[in-house]
Design a protein around this ligand. Sequence first.
Ligand code: TRP
Length: 457
Amino acid sequence: MANIPSGNRDSFTSKFGVIAAAAGSAVGLGNIWRFPLVTTQNGGGAFLLLYFGFIILIGIPVIMSEFSIGRRAQANALGAFKKLAPKTPWFLVGSLGIVTAFAILAFYSTVAGWTLEYLLEALTGRVIHIDDTAQNFAEFSADPVRPVVWQLLVMALTGGIVFAGIQKGIEKFTKILMPLLVILIGLVVIRSVTLPGAGEGVKYLFIPDWSAVNFKTVLMALGQAAFSLSIGMGTLITYGSYIQKENHLLNTASTVAFTDTLIAILASLMVVPAIFAFSAGNIEQMSPGPGLVFEVLPNVFRAMPGGVIFAAVFFFLLFVAALTSTISVLEVVVAYLKEELNMSRGKATLIASVSITVLGVLATLSFGPLAHIKLFGMTIFDILNFSSANIMLTFGALFIVIFVGWKLGKSNFLDEISNKGELQSRLFKVVFFIIRYIAPVAIGIIAVAALFIQGIT
Ligand code: TRP
């Protein structure tokens, strides 16, 4: 019984399982698709320093907040607020998380689907024969059928793993996939940095350019940190509810944050030096979104010795990174349906997957047949991407730290993270101070600014 937190609730079985699952959630398209780009466009090393600062000052405390809410309440993202603050409107923060999960997974599964198309093109060798990679991507993404089929496959795999449960699904798969991911990234990094001319790319990445740093850069660093760590939506509340009572939450949170950051840097070392080696000028063309991975990289693979193999490895690892994130987002909705509406895991998974897929298909089709549907000049995909990452997540993170800092309170928080006084660390109080005073102000600034500046988070 000692290992079972309370009642017969599901839980992760080992320390490594918790880290694999949480790091699996954190490491995703945000690290590989987005991080190298925002870093190079925002002052390289200067951006990195800011980013590290935010990971430590904001990222770890917010992860701690979510873990402690989840583990204390032993409930899903919405139920947790109901249990810890009964008869108050705090449950709305949980509801926001459920809605955000829908929005994120809808557009995220579109992109995850694209990685499968490119994986297939790599396996058949076609990827290195594409002449106009931009046109190729435009045609593929506008197709009314192919990207939808890939998306259905992504959602079916995601649903299958979530359906299998916490131990037999999420923990089991992430424990295999995360080490595999690290090995594959390592291989591609070695290839990339040993290409002739790669050194310039490494310099470009790390040498700080303080002249590129302004208020927007600071906001972007914070936004990227939040998205990359999977905070602000209840993913880590949900996973926290499956963490055993004796787990050292501060160590777990720090390990997850460190792993996520390391992989973001390794991802940059895969992408940027390779682009420099073959087409230094192209760095200027790197635009946020699909461009980098689906348009620039195929050109790099074509020019590189052994390019087909590296293309296959790269798109496979990108897909693996995405999959361990999609399951964490789906689990938020499934845990909610299961516990709040008393559904079986099977029924909850089916309903969540199907309804998210419907929204997701609309996002996918907004590159083709539905491209004309626009609100404020944004397509369905853009709206889902912008509103979830820029608005919902930042406000979600803001409310979560305010909840822990001001409602759950110091003694409950310290009791939870010290495992009822068993663990001692001076850092515990420092973390609480940050959660109560520093994080709300910093996140508050970005949340408000994000409403006005598109493309921050
Ligand atoms: N962190 C993931 C990435 O970098 C995306 C993600 C998964 C996420 N779950 C989340 C982002 C929850 C915010 C909230 O790709």
